[in-house]
Design a protein. Sequence first.
Length: 483
Amino acid sequence: MRFSKAYILLFGLLFAAFAVVFNTFPRSTFSELEKRELATFPEFTTEKLFGGSFTSEVSSWFSDSEPFRDRFMWLSMQVKDLIRLNTGEEHITFHAADPEESPENPDILENPENPESLDSAYNYENHITADENAKIANAGIIIVGSGENVRALMAYGGSGKGCTGYAEAANKYKETFPGVNVYCMVIPTSVEYYCPEKMRKRTNPQRPTIDNVIRHLSSDVKPVDIYETLGKHADEDIFLRTDHHWAPLGAYYAAEKFAQVAGVPFRDLSSYDRKVVHGYVGSMYGYSKDISVKEAPEDFVYYVPRDVTYTTTYIDYRIDENYHVIGMGRPYKSIFFYKYKDGSGGAYCTFMGSDTRITHVQTSTHNGRRLMILKDSFGNALPGYLFYSFEDIFVIDSRYFTKNMVDYVNENRITDILFANNIFKAYSSHTYSNYVKFLTQTGSIQRPASHAADSSAQKKPATRDSIPAVERHTERADSTSSL
């Protein structure tokens, strides 16, 4: 009986302590773990109150902005890391880009259309992490290695029959702009090069998908196949260990390959100044919820070109809480390379600072070549290596462009168009449909009717991307790079 009373008293005190903390301590406003602004207290209106949305928004705010949010999440990850069984048999999330194109069976898929097509293709064999320890973390993220060499990998669920829409988009642009050089690049992700053999059944191969894109390109569209290019440098730091993006060094090798295909000059790294952001931990910490990623910070190394002058002009888009474009600013000049302090989780935003903008770089290279890059956030790291190669470089994100593409290409006298998207984005029908839509849209900004009366929709969110169901891990990861 005495033990029972002590037990009740202990839990009563614990409950009271939590009540005091959650109801009286300052609310959290930003999560370094999740790399986002947390919910703010909703604006009160009588319409919201009687419609029931006000109370639900208050509830969401209360749970999202709890005091010491990151500390509680960190403690939870520590406990999970201690009790996780390293069996490799936990639930796997296959991160494919579109539910309609994703395979129902998440086993490794062969290419049924042309099984002999890969006989002569380069297929990367992992000799780097083949014997590393591996475990499955939150959301099916594969954690490889230990200590300071930990690497987080995102499982791929696409098939060798998918991604044709991406090729068709490139073909459509060539058909629309017959006098313009059109190139198509699919960027592989790190899981293709660093997944241990014992985890290979947990992710599908990316080579068949890339080959399928190349196979569907018209003869006038030039493929930029960087699969082998990256594979030959896989023992270098071409991918970030703690982030879903590639490293700037990987983008350098891809830019070199593109320059070869495009027939333009290219400078090696001796023409660049090496810059370092120490103590970088990227997006995969938040997705995996694995403390070993947090405790394995890395150097974010990027390269700034010398002996070339350039002017960067931006046009920023304003987006609402649902990532719809609701406005556009005026052109202004700023820097291309943003500087981040050591330990900053936003270091990938070194290049152009954000995705929600149109970028125009005018260089001192006078050769009449004007490049437009149609990209996702992986493509952000490419332009800085091409200042010696093109007179002008225009950068457009697949998610944010409201002008008419035909007018834009003609007005800016574009000579070269490069599609440069990571394989998750290239696989997505959203990406394909957006690129095609750009060709016919009127150039006006149509605000969605569902948000027309909501004044809170005018506020710019901390993250910047919509998150389709199966694409959410890539899209959320992209969104963190603007913070």
